[in-house]
Design a protein. Structure first.
Length: 265
């Protein structure tokens, strides 16, 4: 995986009247390439903090032709009972600077540190790096104002002294051709599933009928993600078995599920 992300940002603020909102997507698609300006990169793509390293740095590099102003913020990152990401203000993470300007061809670092490390369960945060949009030099007509900007959310993990990894696929079931299951992180540190969860359907002879992938990225410590997949009707009736497997950085969570024709109707 690349250790840096290169981002291209739109400059300025787009404004549209109420009647133009429906055409906004088409308008953006029609903007010529020269309207997209200001390239920058962020490295690394995440920060891991532990007792051997309670601080780190993020490097921002401007490869564009004009200066870019940035603002930086941080929020604690959790996942609720449904597996949805939630962000709340926090004072756990310290960082500097909060606002910076990077000239063309230049780079600067943002220093990040943790006030105190967790004793038992990893804490997760997001460092938000956001270019401040340039103001339009032309007067804009009144109406609905829509600011278009890209915000990079860099994961920051504060690890406990004794990391433990564990994961299970639970509550797997298929009804009316819809597969549902829960991916649970039973450990005390996050899991990252770069390729999601692979689902392989097999017939009664063990032959592969289809392969699909359910998208999922991070499952934080102690959290669960409820996932689903619609099995094509023309293939479901041929199935005898579904094999589910999610490959994380340090383990694989897997499950096998028997399928009958009644599960597809």
């Amino acid at each position: 995986m690349s250790s840096a992300a290169r981002i291209r940002r739109p400059t300025g603020i787009l404004r549209a009247s109420g009647s133009a909102l429906l055409a906004l997507a088409a308008l953006l698609a029609a903007v010529p390439e020269p309207a997209i300006a200001g390239e920058y990169s962020v490295s690394p793509l995440r920060i891991d903090l532990d007792r051997d390293g309670r601080s780190g740095v993020v490097t921002l590099a401007n490869s564009g032709a004009s200066p870019i102003d940035f603002q930086v913020s941080v929020l604690e990152w959790t996942q609720d009972a449904g597996g949805q990401d939630r962000y709340t203000p926090t004072g756990d993470v310290v960082f500097f600077p909060r606002i910076l300007t990077i000239g063309p061809g230049e780079s600067r670092v943002v220093r990040v540190g943790i006030q105190s490390l967790p004793a038992t369960v990893e804490r997760a945060y997001r460092l938000f790096i956001e270019p401040i949009p340039e103001r339009s030099k032309e007067p804009l007509p009144p109406g609905v104002n829509i600011a278009v900007n890209l915000r990079f959310a860099l994961p920051v993990f504060a690890r406990p002294p004794r990391p433990e990894v564990a994961a299970e696929i639970e509550a797997a079931a298929i009804d009316a051709g819809k597969l549902t299951f829960v991916l649970r992180n039973g450990g005390n540190v996050h899991l990252r599933f770069d390729e999601g969860v692979a689902v392989v359907g097999r017939d009664s002879q063990g032959g592969e009928v289809f392969t699909r992938r359910v998208d999922v990225r991070y499952v934080l410590a102690g959290a669960s993600r409820s996932l689903a997949l619609d099995v094509p009707r023309e293939l479901c009736g041929r199935l005898a078995l579904l094999e589910l497997a999610g490959q994380a950085e340090r383990l694989t969570a897997s499950r096998r599920l028997a399928v009958s024709r009644a599960n597809c109707e």
